[in-house]
Write a protein that binds this ligand. Sequence first.
Ligand SMILES: NC(=O)c1ccc[n+]([C@@H]2O[C@H](COP(=O)([O-])OP(=O)(O)OC[C@H]3O[C@@H](n4cnc5c(N)ncnc54)[C@H](O)[C@@H]3O)[C@@H](O)[C@H]2O)c1
Length: 262
Amino acid sequence: MGSFDGKSVIVTGGAKGIGRGICLAFTEAGAGVVCADVDQDAGNAIAAETANHPGTLRFENADVTTAEACEKLVAAARDAFGGLDVICNNVGIQPTNSYLRAHEMPEEMWDRIQDVNLKSAFLLFKAGYSALKERGGGVVINTASVQGLQSAPMVSAYAATKGGILSLTQQLALDYAVDNIRVLAVNPGAIDTPLLAEAIEASDEDPGKMRQHMADIHPIGRMGQPEDIGRAVRFMASDEASFMTGSWVNVDGGLMAKGAWA
Ligand SMILES: NC(=O)c1ccc[n+]([C@@H]2O[C@H](COP(=O)([O-])OP(=O)(O)OC[C@H]3O[C@@H](n4cnc5c(N)ncnc54)[C@H](O)[C@@H]3O)[C@@H](O)[C@H]2O)c1
């Protein structure tokens, strides 16, 4: 898997779902991880779960939509692990009451989705840049989505953030290659997380049938698990991926390979 001994990683939205999978992948490989999340109970749980891992996890209760919170996370990485090597801008929300056509969406809801899913990535990169540079470079991995490439009805705010994250990934890669900072994105397919469970619960369909449908739409015949994304992100952050920047990897069970007509 490659060793991350001595490496320092920040993961946003890290206490549950895909972020949790990313945190575990890094602590299993020896990294120091600052796990940022608004869910204190889930933060306590992942801190306990990783206590015997080769790496160390420090939970920080943080809403990552402010510059101040992001600066505190970088300070925590310096304090706990002596610096910063990897930023995983993973956090994202898709509130179940946000499945609306654009003209029906309250402006505050649009703004909140942009702030959490897109602006937080800008803020944390801005806060962490100097720390990455001090280590001679680093890696930024943004969790985007297959919905940044192709969309579904009624997700205008969410899809716009995911397209935005892919553009930001390319832009940062271009502007910071000179500092030896690689920037990549991962596009998950449907991953079995609390976010997905909430969406299934909120739909009018039978939850069991809906889950089966979500599995069946992937050519590989199942939904993804958070560790599928965690392992891919860990590879992308490793030296094995040293020639990769400014691009994204679909970890989607083949979903994006399939045409709508198939
Ligand atoms: N689950 C999927 O099928 C799927 C597919 C494609 C992309 N994604 C993306 O993956 C990422 C993670 O999704 P998930 O399914 O694991 O979601 P999740 O809701 O299961 O977990 C997200 C975590 O982020 C935390 N969080 C929410 N707002 C926060 C804030 N302001 N500051 C800090 N933490 C906050 C939550 O408490 C939670 O622990 C998101 O960017 C999402 O858009 C998910």
